[in-house]
Design a binder for this molecule. Structure first.
Ligand code: GDP
Length: 464
């Protein structure tokens, strides 16, 4: 199939989703506000229609062995990126290799720190340099990154006494042996290769393959960074066996404690389970599900107890040791490091994710999930944000259909306009800034498509 065909297919799928968000929100309101019996009936029947449409779309997406093609293409592209990363990380002569120095001392959680290192490795890739990670004294494991993950290089893991210049205009840094990266939020000037940009040379294949090429690309970087040490790999395998981890299973991540009220709102377990139910209702129209299963991860150990009480017909999988080590009082200990790595690993192995993308934990799981399928871009439901990379360059959507504002909360759209998207309200509308008119407001999500940005990065012909 052509690229145009794949894009059109994904657009129809998204239109169905957005149409359903709109109808569902409106009918739910009608139903509860007026205790309206007709609305209740329509909602129930519309739900059936919606499920059928989704299944039809899925069958269409996977016909003619396209799913097999996607799997193969995803694997090949993934191997290509991994080879390139291996190449920059293993220079012939470390003392002569130009470097990016990245320090793990960013004062935040594991997901946030992993994303910091991710942005450093993207920088290294974009500038064809070797990344050196300075991780001694890491708040999660004082001995550093290699406590759990393989070293990022076989022969080049320190800066060899070379002094590093701080980041500035890359044109002035060309001859510098080592460049030290600040945290992404204070990066200046801001290069165009930062997420959500993808390498230009991979773009044609990647946009055909995947519904969210940026996440796929970030997932590959995360994959390289988090290659487990043999002891961690063994640990993962034995926990996998102990938990009898198997599908179909939905990964649920409930972020509470210090996040609630500061960076995100509180969401009750029922809000997550509503989407888990939807997932299984849909699946059961196609196959028999012996037992509905979720893998539950949270930084609040009481969530699992509550979920077991309220959802006794579900098999709720989690490791009690990990759950106990996830609490706020245990944060930044060795056990909590093991816990968060395992939780993210199992979340990423699930068939679908329900979580809040305001949390880097779930975003990392979603990124890693992409490395295991051809296209897993739609295997999630976020209760709050759309996917983003902290500190990313502007994320734009492109208008494909005209819109005339229906109220003063909405904005006008003309085909071709670029909209800086702030968020999807999951009710048929998104909020954003129309860069042509300078106005911010709501618009129907289906009238835009994602605008993928590309950046010219080295072609790595040596390993293509
Ligand atoms: P964010 O604050 O949610 O965006 O994510 P971060 O990863 O930056 O920081 C949150 C930290 O809280 C994690 O790194 C973990 O240490 C801990 N944490 C949060 N959620 C979970 C969870 O589901 N399981 C475990 N084991 N730890 C968690």
């Amino acid at each position: 199939y052509s690229l145009a065909h794949e894009l059109q297919q994904r657009k129809v799928d998204r239109d169905i989703t957005e149409f359903w968000f709109y109808m569902n929100t409106k009918l739910e309101k009608l139903k509860t506000n007026g205790n309206n019996e007709a609305a209740k009936d329509i909602l129930k029947t519309a739900q059936d229609y919606q499920r059928t449409l989704r299944n039809d779309m899925q069958s269409l997406y996977d016909t003619d062995e396209m799913d097999k093609w996607r799997e193969k293409e995803g694997k090949e592209l993934g191997e290509l990126v991994q080879k390139r990363l291996h190449y920059i990380q293993n220079p012939k002569d470390c003392s002569k290799a130009k470097k990016i120095v990245c320090n793990l001392s960013k004062g935040c959680g594991y997901g946030c720190q992993l994303h910091h290192v991710t942005y450093c490795l993207i920088t290294a890739y974009a500038l064809e340099r070797t990344m050196v990670l300075e991780s001694k004294g890491w708040r999660y494991a004082a001995a550093g990154w290699e406590t759990v993950f393989l070293p990022l290089s076989d022969n080049c893991i320190d800066r060899q006494g070379q002094g590093a210049r701080h980041w500035s205009d890359p044109r002035n840094l060309v001859n510098e042996m080592a460049i030290e990266m600040p945290i992404i939020d204070s990066l200046h000037p801001r290069p165009d290769f930062l997420p959500l940009a993808i390498p230009e040379d991979l773009a044609p294949r990647l946009t055909k393959l995947h519904g969210n090429p940026s996440v796929w690309w970030i997932g590959q970087i995360v994959k390289y960074l988090t290659r487990p040490q043999p002891h961690l790999q063994k640990d993962i395998e034995s926990v996998n066996q102990r938990l009898k981890f198997s599908g179909p299973i939905v990964g649920v991540h409930v972020r509470r404690t210090d996040k609630v009220g500061t960076e995100a709102a509180f969401h009750g377990i029922d809000e997550y389970m509503k989407y888990v139910e939807e997932y299984f209702d849909l699946l059961e129209t196609k196959q028999k599900v012996e037992k509905r299963k979720i893998f539950l991860a949270s930084d609040d150990p009481s969530v699992a107890t509550e979920a077991r009480q309220k959802y006794p017909h579900y098999e709720i999988i989690n490791d009690p040791d990990i759950t106990q080590s996830a609490g706020l009082n245990k944060r930044y200990t060795d056990e909590s490091l093991r816990g968060i790595i395992l939780d993210i690993h199992f979340l990423s192995l699930c068939d679908h994710l329900v979580c809040t993308f305001s949390s880097q934990v779930c975003r990392v799981a979603y990124e890693m999930m992409q490395t295991m399928y051809g296209d897993a871009s739609s295997k999630f439901k976020s209760l709050d944000d759309i996917f983003y990379f902290g500190g990313q360059n502007a994320h734009n959507e492109k208008v494909v259909e005209r819109h005339v504002a229906q109220s003063n909360t909405e904005i006008d759209l003309e085909p071709g306009d670029l909209i800086g998207i702030a968020g999807n309200h999951w009710d048929g509308f998104s909020k954003g800034l129309n860069r042509r008119t300078g106005k911010t407001g709501l618009y129907p999500s289906y009238k835009t498509i994602d605008h993928v940005t590309t950046s010219k990065m080295p072609l790595y012909r040596q390993v293509s």
